[in-house]
Design a protein around this ligand. Structure first.
Ligand SMILES: [Zn+2]
Length: 167
């Protein structure tokens, strides 16, 4: 995704109150490798249950605020619903997001299992082992990697678009 400024990030939230937007602690934007991210996600270091995801939707960067549900019983080994990584299954959290607009004000939320530290973009850039791919052929393994990346883009953006959707 393209690099965003703090101002663009704060202006992108669609399911947050003004207060939540102002108090959100942003990551160090200068340190991010934007071209290696399919979406930007981070935990709030000052409010550890709060998390944020910014997805580049066709209508522009769209941000959502999420809450980590640490009471939820997540099986010890669970697949992230976004990157579907089969290796990094040990640290997945149930994140819940309020829907945008009137639905959100009524308390409507949706949840999904995502890598706790939002490492999905990194996971899908890992070349699958010959064992995972069922072949040593590098081209095949690269094409599997590309398919996984497309899947991540589709599922992460789909979730954010769903938050935005008004019925
Ligand atoms: Zn993931």
């Amino acid at each position: 995704m393209f690099a965003l400024t703090e101002k663009e990030i704060r202006a992108s939230f669609v399911n947050a109150t003004r207060r939540e937007v102002t108090t959100a602690t942003l990551p160090d934007l200068a340190e991010l490798q934007w071209d290696r991210l399919d979406y930007l996600g981070w935990r709030d270091r000052k409010a550890p249950l709060s998390a944020y995801v910014i997805a580049p939707l066709p209508e522009g960067p769209t941000g959502i605020i999420l809450r980590a549900n640490e009471q939820a019983k997540v099986r010890r080994r669970t697949m992230c619903a976004w990157c579907e990584d089969v290796v990094e299954t040990g640290d997945v959290t149930l994140y819940v997001a309020r829907r945008g607009g009137a639905e959100g004000r009524k308390g409507n939320t949706i949840g999904t299992l995502i890598c706790t530290d939002f490492r999905c973009s990194k996971n899908v850039r890992r070349l699958p082992t010959s064992m995972e791919a069922g072949t040593k052929d590098e081209d095949v393994r690269r094409s599997i990697m590309e398919t996984r990346r497309e899947g991540l883009i589709e599922r992460s953006r789909g979730f954010v678009a769903e938050i935005l959707r008004t019925h």
